[in-house]
Design a protein around this ligand. Sequence first.
Ligand SMILES: [Ca+2]
Length: 244
Amino acid sequence: MTVRTSLKTTWLVALAILAVAVAVAPASAEKKPTQQTVLYELTENAAYFDMAGNPTGDPAKVVRRTATAQLQGYAALGTVLCPAGVLITNPKAQTCTITATGEDDVNVLFNDAWGVIGFEGTVGGTYAVVIDGDNPVDSPEAVVQVGRFWGKIDLSPTLVGIPLGVITGGTVTVDYSVVPGLAGAEAPFTGTFRMPFGKDASGEKIKPRRGKDAFYLDDNHQPFPVGKDERALGYPTVRFEVNF
Ligand SMILES: [Ca+2]
């Protein structure tokens, strides 16, 4: 795989992401997949670069996308992100609240025979496990564990209008925990990104809008609704499922 100097302008990367009109199969049962560890992208700052490495606002020239995101979600009890001992204030809870800052660096991959062959890169960041500290009304804030994560990210499906991506070869580590002996622990993980999208009256996929109905695709490419608790300030969020 090499990055070629001439770019097929029809491939507009992330840009095409949700704009491509791909018919979404009607949902027979729009049911949320059961998933125990999920993070949601609350904010994202992205930058786009051309072949020469310069920032560009021209979607036709983008070959690289970097971004920093703030995430929050929950982890299943018993995983490395939620050892029982961290649930100090609520020992009966079945999940831990997780906050994270993630960075990714994703590049369009080319080869001479086929042109664009993928949209892949790296992802990494830091996380904290938080519990209620001073205000039980807003979200949990008292840090009881911190660590790092990294892996490989593949957003190639978005190039053809499928709003899914994966993380493979992931590792999460514990740098500090209130649980004695846990610092230094690490665990492998994989992940799935589900980008929210809208649907028009005929079921065609359209760009999601704030406050409007939005959907995710499940692993069988069936849509299921973005829940009220899967939005940030009214915006449907990217849903990131973590599998240990
Ligand atoms: Ca709070």
